[in-house]
Design a protein around this ligand. Sequence first.
Ligand SMILES: Cc1ncc(COP(=O)(O)O)c(C=O)c1O
Length: 368
Amino acid sequence: MLRARTAIENMKEYHPPLGNRDGLRLDFNENVGGCSPRVLETLRALSPEVLNKYPEREPGERAVAAHLVLNAAQVLLTNGVDEAIHLLCETYLDPGDEVLISVPTFSMYEIYALATGAKVIAVQAGADFAFPIEQSLAAITARTRLICVASPNNPTGATATREQLLALVQAAPQAAVLIDEAYIHFGGETLLDQLGNFENLFIARTFSKAYGLAGFRLGALCGSVVQMKMLRRVASPYNVNGVALECLMQALDDRAFLARYVAQVLEGRAQLEQFYRERQIPYWSSQANFVLAYFGEFNRALVAEMRRRGILVRDRNSDPGCAGCVRITLGTLEQTERLLHELPEALAGINFVAKPYPQQSKPLSENA
Ligand SMILES: Cc1ncc(COP(=O)(O)O)c(C=O)c1O
């Protein structure tokens, strides 16, 4: 009988709640307002050649590099940040190596790391979900080969400071340190300017969030020239599809579209956070396009009631430290208005009573 590798057999299945996502999708941190009209125009005018020829990534890499003020050799376009994480794991991890993450965070770091047979060392953030820098520094060992930090983080919206991130980069020269800047358009400080200073620093960017192009599966991994050469050995030459590449320039150039959407998210985020304050619902101040809040034992009922009202929100109950928490993505101001109309009614409908967030922190955990 054919058997998967032991590392794969030992993994749990990961099922994001896909399927039946009709309604206002405030559950996946996508840009639910759409994408740049310039991208749509390019799509309508596509020539058949874009489909019948193998896509060339390099012109897109030059464009992204120019946009980020980097050298093209420092940029690898990827099939979303997901693939960037996968490539880092394939490039740097041997079975038994350690991957350091702080939880709660984006699930794909753990999934791709475990698939290689590496050990995941998960440092639990405290009740404020601030980045646990001291515990993370203390958890670095000679076997630490990859450190992944999302800043802003998903699902908490918390950021790590530049000083904290650089301390990690410097404390683990034997490890690739990935700073995942998927939500950087909504808050936090980029470390792009530091790429030339540290050979082990990597930064990931995506077109899935602010740009509204999650369906394109387009991301960028940026790093030092010497290390990006290693990653290019592993990457498929045709990992990014031609349609996405054809539209990339228009997406990058339409800065006005991006600025309009980001401004609406920031205003909507302030309104949602104010609503939570007024209702004394515990929430974590966010630097991303979503806000995590604590609804205690009402979490499932709230998600179901919001769905009944045509709005999808995401139950984060099973994330470490997030029991009872629900994450809501912000969209356009019109969508936020609808959200802030339905949310109080949904809470009334389930007889919700706000309670303080109980401390749920766990000590350093290890999932081999
Ligand atoms: C922190 C973080 N990184 C990466 C991703 C995935 O990005 P992409 O769509 O580019 O694969 C997500 C998606 O939710 C995310 O939250």
